[in-house]
Design a protein around this ligand. Structure first.
Ligand code: GCU
Length: 442
């Protein structure tokens, strides 16, 4: 099965059938209304990840991927060369942020709710041999202006007990005790990443993405997006779900940074697949995050839109994914194509510069081809110039590495593992990278 699809199918399976049908009908109607608003008559289909004989079968042949010409990260839209850090911060970075806001992820409106955080439970425990304190937090969105929509954001924090100012990794994840339906999966080999972090002096936290905003175009009138819209439908530039998840991570940062047990200068963000996309968007928009671990993020994340490999833009515009983006994104699935987009993923990656960023994926051979690992590496290589300009070397090699070979000598890292569509196999390498960049102990 296509990587990631399992996650989608299982997440849907978790909803009662009647709710699903209703949700998809509502998502289709919402998507169609946006297409009508934009005057788009028909959209291109994406790549078919199931049927190898389909005319639009997903391409996994490097020879057919194309060699996209990329607009340099250090060239302004008008062609001016960006030759100083000052010009990056004053002109180029804002120019890129504006394009990502307008065309891809959408803008956070001024009507986004404030979040009131409270600790609802606290416990001591021992994890991986490390004494810890665990806290369960709830962030209630102020919906006084539109009580028909609501959101209560769920955040779980685990910190080494009795330590001050520890570094912490925040992950986009699932509700506590969440299990994918179906037969239980075999346990992962080795200690979980959470124990690996604790043993190296880090804390960890899990932010439930769907508690910020549901992963469904039919539910945009609820959650933080719904509160901000006050009952109206989204306009073409309003925020999509990835931007909402990233915004929720920023709200989690607000409360984490107030905890004296956490070092606010060493908070990172992690995610896999659609949550990998969200982690990259978080790094791009919120410069308080010191480090990012972006796993198998694929199309709409680190992979180049302009390469034909695995998932394509048409998939992202379909009714199960379009809600991740601003309405305007649909324009590029009609008459226009990804080659008309004024930006591509290398420019999104560059927005993390000069902070530490690790991009990972499984190999094509072990089933992660859908996310285009090489397209993510090429994007990182093109983004790397932003790090160099800002005085922190980016990728330490511009040659696409073999599996299991980390390219982590600079502040922009990349590694492919052989575990398929997961982050598990890259955690040890990521933690080494994080230690080298930020150090666990002061
Ligand atoms: C699908 C989708 C990807 C996404 C993945 C996931 O495979 O096409 O874009 O990243 O689901 O999040 O599981």
């Amino acid at each position: 099965m296509r990587p990631g699809l399992l996650l989608s199918l299982l997440l849907c399976a978790a909803l009662p059938a009647a709710a699903q049908q209703q949700d998809y009908a509502a998502a289709n109607a919402d998507r169609q209304a946006m297409l009508d608003l934009l005057g788009i008559k028909a959209t291109r289909p994406g790549a078919d990840g199931f049927n190898r004989d389909a005319p639009n079968a997903a391409n996994y042949d490097e020879a057919k991927a194309g060699e996209p010409q990329l607009h340099g990260v250090l060239t302004m839209a008008n062609g001016d060369r960006v030759d100083s850090a000052r010009m990056w911060w004053r002109a180029r970075r804002p120019e890129l942020v504006e394009l990502f806001d307008r065309e891809i992820y959408g803008r956070v409106p001024a009507s986004a709710p404030t979040i009131d955080w409270r600790v609802v439970r606290e416990e001591s425990a021992v994890e991986g041999g490390v004494p810890v304190v665990k806290k369960w937090l709830e962030g209630v969105a102020d919906n006084k202006a539109w009580p028909q929509a609501s959101a209560t954001i769920s955040l779980r924090v685990t910190l080494p007990r009795g330590k001050a100012r520890v570094p912490l990794m925040l992950s986009f994840g699932f509700p506590e005790g969440f299990r994918f339906p179906g037969p239980p999966r075999p346990a992962d080999p080795g200690p979980p990443y959470t124990e690996q972090l604790l043993q190296r002096g880090w804390g960890y936290a899990v932010l439930v993405a769907n508690s910020i905003q549901a992963d469904n175009g039919g539910l945009l009138k609820d959650g933080v997006i719904g509160i901000s819209l006050r009952g109206k439908a989204r306009g073409p530039e309003d925020w999509g779900v990835l931007r909402a998840w990233a915004w929720g991570a920023s709200r989690a940062f607000d409360v984490l940074a107030r905890d004296p047990a956490i070092d606010a200068k060493r908070i990172g963000i992690e995610g896999l697949s659609r949550y990998g996309k969200a982690a990259l968007v978080t790094m791009a928009y919120d410069q308080r995050f010191a480090i990012g671990f972006v796993g198998s993020s694929g199309a709409g994340g680190a992979a180049l839109y302009r390469r034909n490999f695995g998932e394509r833009m048409g998939n992202l515009c379909a009714s199960g994914e379009y809600h991740w983006f601003a309405g305007n994104f649909l324009k590029y699935c009609g008459v226009l194509t990804e080659f008309d987009l004024p930006i591509d993923s290398h420019q999104l990656i560059a927005l993390s510069a000069p902070r530490a960023l690790f991009i990972g994926a499984g190999t094509v051979e072990t089933g992660d081809g859908w996310v285009d690992p090489k397209g993510s590496f090429l994007a990182a290589a093109a983004a790397s110039h932003a790090w160099d300009l800002l005085g922190k070397p980016g990728l330490s090699s511009d040659v696409f590495p073999e599996a299991l070979t980390p390219v982590t000598g600079g502040s922009l890292g990349f590694r492919q593992h052989q575990g398929g569509h997961n982050n598990r196999d890259n955690w040890p390498s990521f933690i080494d990278f994080a230690q080298a960049r930020l150090g666990a102990k002061r």
